[in-house]
Write a protein that binds this ligand. Structure first.
Ligand SMILES: Nc1nc2c(ncn2[C@@H]2O[C@H](COP(=O)(O)OP(=O)(O)OP(=O)(O)O)[C@@H](O)[C@H]2O)c(=O)[nH]1
Ligand SMILES: [Mg+2]
Length: 458
């Protein structure tokens, strides 16, 4: 083991709760626990591994709390070190008191993320898995949780490993040929082989990088902006989605003046919905500012929900809106279908080339189809079925993009007939970028920076 000191921290939240847990990890974990724990059975050092033991924590002769103590012997533990976990009563004072006693017997207070850092440094998990631990704790929706959990179980690690091996093999092929030109033919066939293996890795990594957009919306929530003309029923749709009368609804066109944002969970996805002021030509200065805000919200949106009042024909304002949302992921809702229809649904579909759904906010019709469409668009189904690894972490994304550009350079060099050692340099760069994702040759600074964002006790 790399570490000599034994660390301890409260691993549960510091609030009044039924139970708190203090975790101790390191060579001295059992020795420290033996000094403070009195139970009916064996000394802590003799307790069988992975058992829970009833007893009391003592500070000298003074009883501190009645506890359950878990003993886990290295290496089958979270950190791969000896671990003792003390489950005490959850009051803040009690928890602090137990921690104090543990620290006084020789443990050092753990830094944020230090248990997980040890798991990484002791080789139980790679860096991508360690980061997934933090993502899992912070995940705000089921989809985010699923993505982190899968990464924690090694999905990204395995994929990166495979690509890394393939690059290494190609480098080895090139190096062998350069070292021993008499026995290797570096002609057309050789270069074709190299190109084939480089382009396979390139494609895989490019696909992986492309999952980042979805990965981000899964982690942070989908930024969905509701736009449309005044009176189309945007605020009504917002209220139906939220299940409460959050936004003001009236029959006066121009009711919503400013953007209004709320979050909701939808089938495991998080949707951050923004209601906006209706868009139309107007002289009203306040309304104009509201519209500008609406349009800038569209720019930043992951999803545009374009609401059309189906009971009135389209006009010039609709065409202005359609121009502004072109190229955005869009779902068009034709609202007020409880009234006679005055629009041509087929034509709207044709104009927008996005899904068009007929709904009625008044009668709460069509909203299931809407949530199905959102799930489909953001591939939540794929995520839930565990079919794909989603990149959710910016650091991983950047490293993978850098590997992709190195591989692009390598392919260009092959194309242009550059010497093999050029290609080998680019492949080596790609290899290092991938090694950074899993934390193979990263420096101490980066490791410290990553783990410092963790919570204490994890
Ligand atoms: N019949 C019918 N009326 C609706 C429906 N949805 C909304 N309305 C009515 O349409 C009017 C406008 O609704 P809002 O939700 O305020 O429309 P908006 O798009 O937010 O309008 P602005 O904020 O002015 O841009 C209100 O009188 C609603 O009650 C619907 O599905 N059917
Ligand atoms: Mg409104």
């Amino acid at each position: 083991m790399i570490h000599s000191d034994t660390i301890a921290a409260v691993s549960t939240g510091m609030t009044s709760a039924g139970i708190s847990m203090i975790r101790i990890s390191g060579d001295q974990a059992f020795v420290i626990a033996d000094q403070i724990f009195r139970g009916p059975g064996k000394a802590v050092a003799e307790m069988p591994s992975h058992t829970i033991n009833y007893g009391f924590i003592y500070d000298g002769d003074r009883m501190v709390d009645e506890v359950l103590l878990s003993v886990m012997r290295a290496p089958a533990t979270y950190t791969r070190e000896d671990i003792v976990e003390i489950n005490c009563h959850g009051g803040i004072a009690v928890t602090k008191e137990v921690l104090r006693v543990v620290l006084e017997r020789g443990a050092r207070l753990a830094e944020p993320g230090e248990f997980t850092k040890r798991a990484f440094l002791n080789g139980r998990i790679d860096l991508s898995q360690a980061e997934a631990v933090m993502d899992l704790i912070q995940s705000g929706s089921r989809a985010a949780m699923d993505a982190s959990l899968r990464q924690l179980r090694g999905s990204l690690k395995e994929r990166i490993q495979t690509d890394k091996d393939a690059i290494l093999q190609t480098i080895a092929m090139i190096e062998a040929a350069l070292d021993d030109p008499e026995h290797y033919d570096t002609g057309q066939e050789f270069r074709r082989e190299i190109r084939k293996s480089v382009s396979a890795v390139y494609t895989d990594l490019k696909n992986l990088a492309d999952t980042f957009e979805n990965g981000r919306v899964i982690r942070e929530g989908i930024r969905a902006v509701i736009v449309g003309k005044p009176n189309a029923g945007k605020s009504s749709i917002m209220n139906v989605l939220l299940g409460e009368n959050r936004a003001i609804v009236t029959d006066i066109a121009g009711t919503t003046r400013d953007t209004l944002e709320e979050s909701l969970k939808m089938d495991g996805l998080m949707l951050n919905i923004i209601d906006t002021a209706g868009i139309r030509e107007t002289e009203d200065a306040i309304e104009q500012i509201g519209m500008e805000r609406a349009l800038s919200a569209v720019e930043e949106a992951d999803l545009v929900i374009y609401v059309i009042d189906g009971s009135v024909p389209l006009d010039q304002n609709d065409h202005v809106i359609m121009d502004r949302i072109r190229g955005k992921k869009t779902i068009c809702l034709i609202n007020k279908t409880d009234l006679p229809t005055a629009v041509d649904v087929e034509n709207i579909h044709h104009l927008l080339s996005s899904p068009v759904l007929c709904v009625s906010a008044k009668e709460h019709q069509g909203m299931e189809a809407f949530s199905e469409e959102v799930k489909k668009m953001f591939e939540a189904g794929k995520l839930q079925a565990g079919e794909e690894t989603f990149l959710t972490n910016l650091r991983h994304y950047e490293e993978i993009c850098s590997a992709v550009s190195s591989l692009t350079l390598a392919m260009d060099s092959l194309e242009k007939g550059m010497p093999e050692d050029f290609i080998s340099i680019d492949l080596t760069d790609a290899y290092h970028a991938l090694a950074n994702v899993v934390g193979e040759d990263v420096g101490d600074d980066l490791i410290d920076r990553i783990f410092s964002t963790f919570c204490v006790g994890k």
